[in-house]
Design a protein around this ligand. Sequence first.
Ligand code: PLP
Length: 387
Amino acid sequence: MSYLVKNYNRKKISFKKGKGSFLYSNNNQKYLDFVQGIAVNSLGHAHPKLIKSLSKQSKKLWHVSNAFIIPEGELLAKKIVKKTFADFVMFQNSGAEATEAAIKVARRYFYSIGKPNKNRILCIRNSFHGRTIAAIYASGSKKMIEGFGPKVNGFDHFDFGNHQSLEKNITKNTAAIMVEPIMGEGGIKIIPDWCLKELRKLCNKKGILLILDEVQCGIGRTGNFFAFEKSEIKPDIVPIAKGIGGGFPIGAVLMNKKVAKSMTAGSHGSTFGGNPLAMQIGNTVFDIISKKSFLKNVKKNSIYFLKHLNNIQKKYPKIIKEVRGRGFLIGLQVHKDQSNFIKRLYENKLLTIRAAENVVRILPPLNVKKSELDLAIKIINKVCSSY
Ligand SMILES: *Cc1c(COP(=O)(O)O)cnc(C)c1O
């Protein structure tokens, strides 16, 4: 009997430990973990530097209020600003909190310049921005809002890839466009670089803000620190979370100074956001992932992996329809319901997770070894040949 609410359909397995790319179950099986807590454990399980960082900080200081200066957070914010488009950072605890705070920043900016009616956020239909009450309405998914009315107003939607529907939905009340550069839950769908460029131009032309949700695709996942970097544009606001904590819950909103000015004292807050323990770990993760050589390796290894996955697709086009993604944010779109494919991979000791549109999502740790990629390739080949 489990006393947990049944809002998850949990797989009947639990784990006693993890090391790098592997998980060890309580019934003594070893799994190659290409879920990694859904793109969260960017450095795999039990990374020695993260263990050291956490243990050291745990003996010093865990939590003080944001009413005081937190040097570990000051340092991480400074590193993020030096490395990215951002001028300022606001720490949160999770992805949904970060996307909601991003929405608040966009609205507050227009409020602060005397345009409070510019407050609507335009998002892609069936995208994913988290599970809080506003975030589910931002996502524009019928399934996610079922039973959670009344409707949270202030969101409009356009269809992925439909530029007419995008332009048509921009009104005088639009404050911002918010999209994921690569839709994660939505089925690993990439917004092409030229589209991101056009989005930026469109936002400039209409005088609205561009929010890029990098909660899943950011923090080195694609081989660039941010997925949008390849398009060479600058967004106004970027919520991040998942990968930045390496397994410790951290969220943040990155923003330029134009919008940051509106977030005056008392306008937003978080009890836990940016506490010393989280920030110490965040610094350690950031130091490792932001290195040029680390990101170069992510690119190199992911290109190798994707090449092999594409070969498998060519060999079994009746099973795998398409290989999607960039870096280590990968989807295998299968022809039928993906759950059977995921189950077969699992029986062969490879853990993957679903995404929309019959996609099997594959999320190795960013520091995955080539031999581990080879093992995954072998298992995927075997599963395909078993159909
Ligand atoms: C996971 C995710 C979120 C929500 O993050 P939580 O930490 O689960 O609240 C928001 N946006 C995107 C793109 C995500 O992938």
